[in-house]
Structures are given as structure tokens and as C-alpha cells.
Design a protein around this ligand. Structure first.
Ligand SMILES: NC(=O)C1=CN([C@@H]2O[C@H](COP(=O)(O)OP(=O)(O)OC[C@H]3O[C@@H](n4cnc5c(N)ncnc54)[C@H](OP(=O)(O)O)[C@@H]3O)[C@@H](O)[C@H]2O)C=CC1
Ligand SMILES: O=C/C=C/c1ccc(O)c(O)c1
Ligand SMILES: [Zn+2]
Ligand SMILES: [Zn+2]
Length: 356
């Protein structure tokens, strides 16, 4: 990687070149470490389903070459003159957002992920006019506001998936007042985000039902992740028995699906929290929400403040992610397996030990 104090900012990451989404080595130049910037040596980077949506242009907004990766755990290699939050050698994390306007309502309210001028960690353009590139690379330069400290005691490879998957479930539970003990929650889709949903919600004292497309993950969900119940969504009897039982459902399915099977599982005032990035209109008939004062809502990752808080929460509760480590040389096979729903539950690229 570009070393501290050196002028060599040329690095090689792995980039998608077109909507095939296949990643290959790509050489580019990092910006100089500005006064507010932190140069981070990337150690590990999780593979989120959003990386597939972006690399394969599911939303029609992808620009290439694109180096994905937004669950970044690394080590501070250099800090700018005005950086007060970090020192060289600190273990740190970076997520989905690396910039915002700092002047709008959401920015002033410290929910900068909802700033209309947010800058994404890749597939975006930075304030210098250059493309942003993500964590499937040996280094990143990031404004200190968008860097979090990974607490001592949390292994960086375990922490990587928390930077998106963990935060994505922590934030709605907190912001919708759902951190209360004793709530009954559903996790729809047991993947990277879903498995963190089970762990985080259980740590908040919730009774958790996993709603899955198959029976394949039942034993792991109940025995290793600590879920209390498991429903197969195609089993009409199991679904009928669960009607009116849940305070919320976190829906992580990454493709179009009808909502009618899931809304009846919610109690009065229940919330269906949509997480999946889906490029088609969703559907439901309105009485399904009216007749129970239910809400269908969505959230986008979480704020930097929540990210730091969530990491401390995970450390305090002893929560880790369940990961399968891969080298960058195998990243394309890992992406194919993620697409086939063949991972328990998050791939993490061992960037520092990969041939780049
Ligand atoms: N809103 C936000 O801020 C964020 C959104 N996301 C989005 O959330 C979604 C989930 O991400 P992630 O957890 O990484 O994805 P994963 O692929 O790891 O998990 C998705 C899970 O959904 C279920 N699933 C997958 N395909 C289907 C299908 N065709 N029909 C029904 N169920 C299916 C599977 O669970 P099972 O086997 O149990 O059925 C699968 O494990 C993505 O769309 C991602 O872009 C991610 C992070 C942040
Ligand atoms: O994985 C994190 C990103 C989530 C995301 C949410 C909404 C949206 O439109 C995206 O493009 C990405
Ligand atoms: Zn993500
Ligand atoms: Zn703003």
C-alpha cells in the first residue's frame, strides 16, 4: 500500500469493469492525506449484498471501474494535521458513507446518512472530482468524521460486517423505539444483515423469529445464533400459526417479493422495516396495513454516532459476526456463492494477506 510519508499513492484494488460484476485488479491513485483525512491500511472487508447490486448495476446507476467494499476494518497508517480522533496504529472502521454537506437538516441532526449530498464510499465522486473507491483494496483515504474506532477486544475481522450489516439493524431498532426488552421481532431472510439482526435483537432482550425461504438454516439459527423460533415462509400452517405475534419484522430479502404473506404476522402498530435494495415496485393491498395501524418503513444504514455506539454495544454484549474468510483471489467465487445464498453468514476478504 501507499506507505506513511511516501509520495507513492498508487495502489491496486479489485474492480468491476462492467455489469458482469466480475472483479479484476485495477490500479489507481489515492488522494493525498488532507488535514482532516486518515490514511487507512485495509485489513479486512466484508462482502455485502449491496456490493452485488452495485457491481452488477441492479439500480442502473453504476460507474466503472468500481472497487466495491464498504465493511472496512483497518489500521491507521497516517493522519492529517487536523485529525484529533485517531492516531497511527489505531484499529478503525469505514462503512457506506464517506462525506456529507454538514449544513442540511439531517447533517445538523447527526443523521448524515440522510444528507442528499452524501458521498458513498464507492461508485460516487469525491469533493476533488475523483471517483471514490471502496475497501477491496489495500488502502483508503477517509475524512475522520466517517471513520469509527473499533473498540479494543473486538477482532477487526469480526467487526468488519458490523460496519454495514450490524449498523443496518441497530439503527432502526434504536430510532423507532424498538430497543425495549421483551419485544417480539421477526428477521425475514437470514443472510449477512439478517444474522446480525438476530444477534443484536437478542442482545436487546427480544424474542426473535427467523422467517426463511427454506428449512436449511433452522438448526444454525436456533442453536448458534440464538433465535427463539423459525418459520419457513412457504409453510402455510407455520405462517398461519404466527399471525398477530410480532412487534416488528426486519425484511432483508434482496429481491422483489410480495408483502402480503408477512404483514399479517404483525400485531396492531407492528412495523415492517424494509432493508432490501429492490429495483421494482413492491406490492400490498392497503387494508393489510389499515386494519392493524401497521407501518411499512425503510431505513438506510445508520449514522456515524450510531455506528460507534453499535460497536460499543457489540463489545459490551460480547457479540461477534459469523464469517467465512476468503482471499481476494477468490472474491469472484465468493460473490457467486453469496448470490446463490451459500454463505454462513458473511464473507470477509482478508485483504492484507491477499495478492493484490
Ligand atoms: N437499507 C440498508 O441500509 C441496507 C440494505 N442492504 C440490503 O439488504 C439486502 C440484504 O443484504 P445481505 O444481508 O447482505 O444479503 P444476503 O444475500 O446475505 O442475505 C439475504 C437473505 O435473503 C434471503 N433471500 C435471498 N434471496 C432470496 C429470494 N430470491 N427469495 C427469498 N429470500 C431470499 C436469504 O435468506 P433465507 O435463506 O433465510 O431465505 C438470504 O440469506 C440487500 O438487498 C442489501 O443491498 C444491506 C445493507 C444496508
Ligand atoms: O449496503 C448498504 C447500502 C444500502 C443501500 C440502501 C439503499 C440504496 O438505494 C442503496 O443503493 C444502497
Ligand atoms: Zn452493505
Ligand atoms: Zn447534509
Amino acid at each position: 500500500m501507499a506507505s506513511a510519508g511516501s509520495n507513492n499513492r498508487v495502489i491496486t484494488g479489485w474492480a468491476a469493469r462492467d455489469a458482469s460484476g466480475v472483479l479484476t485488479p485495477y490500479t489507481y491513485t489515492l488522494r493525498e492525506t488532507g488535514p482532516e483525512d486518515v490514511l487507512i491500511k485495509v485489513l479486512y472487508c466484508g462482502i455485502c449484498h449491496t456490493d452485488i447490486h452495485q457491481a452488477k448495476n441492479h439500480l442502473g446507476m453504476s460507474n466503472y471501474p468500481m472497487v466495491p467494499g464498504h465493511e472496512v476494518a483497518g489500521e491507521v497508517a497516517e493522519v492529517g494535521s487536523k485529525v484529533s480522533k485517531f492516531r497511527v496504529g489505531d484499529t478503525v472502521g469505514v462503512g457506506v458513507v464517506v462525506g456529507c454537506c454538514r449544513a442540511c437538516g439531517p447533517c445538523k441532526a447527526n443523521i448524515e446518512q440522510y444528507c442528499n449530498k452524501r458521498i458513498w464510499s464507492y461508485n460516487d465522486v469525491y469533493t476533488d472530482g475523483k471517483p471514490t473507491q471502496g475497501g477491496f483494496a489495500p488502502a483508503m483515504v477517509v475524512d475522520q468524521k466517517f471513520v469509527v474506532k473499533i473498540p479494543d477486544g473486538l477482532a477487526p475481522e469480526q467487526a468488519a460486517p458490523l460496519l454495514c450489516a450490524g449498523l443496518t439493524v441497530y439503527s432502526p431498532l434504536k430510532s423507532f423505539g424498538l430497543m425495549k426488552e421483551g419485544l417480539k421481532g421477526g428477521i425475514l431472510g437470514l443472510g449477512g444483515v439478517g444474522h446480525m439482526g438476530v444477534k443484536i435483537a437478542k442482545a436487546m432482550g427480544h424474542h426473535i423469529t427467523v422467517i426463511s425461504s427454506s428449512d436449511k438454516k433452522r438448526e444454525e439459527a436456533m442453536e448458534h445464533l440464538g433465535a427463539d423460533a423459525y418459520l419457513v415462509s412457504s409453510d402455510a400452517d407455520q405462517m398461519a400459526a404466527a399471525v398477530d405475534t410480532l412487534d416488528y419484522i426486519i425484511d432483508t430479502i434482496p429481491v422483489f417479493h410480495p408483502l402480503e404473506p408477512y404483514l399479517p404476522l404483525l400485531k396492531v402498530d407492528g412495523k415492517l422495516i424494509m432493508m432490501g435494495v429492490i429495483n421494482q415496485p413492491m406490492q400490498f393491498v392497503t387494508p393489510m396495513i389499515m386494519l392493524g395501524r401497521k407501518s411499512i418503513i425503510g431505513t438506510f444504514i445508520g449514522s456515524m454516532e450510531e455506528a460507534q455506539e453499535m460497536l460499543e454495544f457489540c463489545k459490551e454484549k460480547g457479540l461477534t459476526s459469523m464469517i467465512e474468510m476468503v482471499k481476494m483471489e477468490s472474491v469472484n467465487q465468493a460473490i457467486e456463492r453469496l448470490e446463490r445464498n451459500d454463505v454462513r453468514y458473511r464473507f470477509v476478504v482478508d485483504v492484507a494477506r491477499s495478492k493484490l
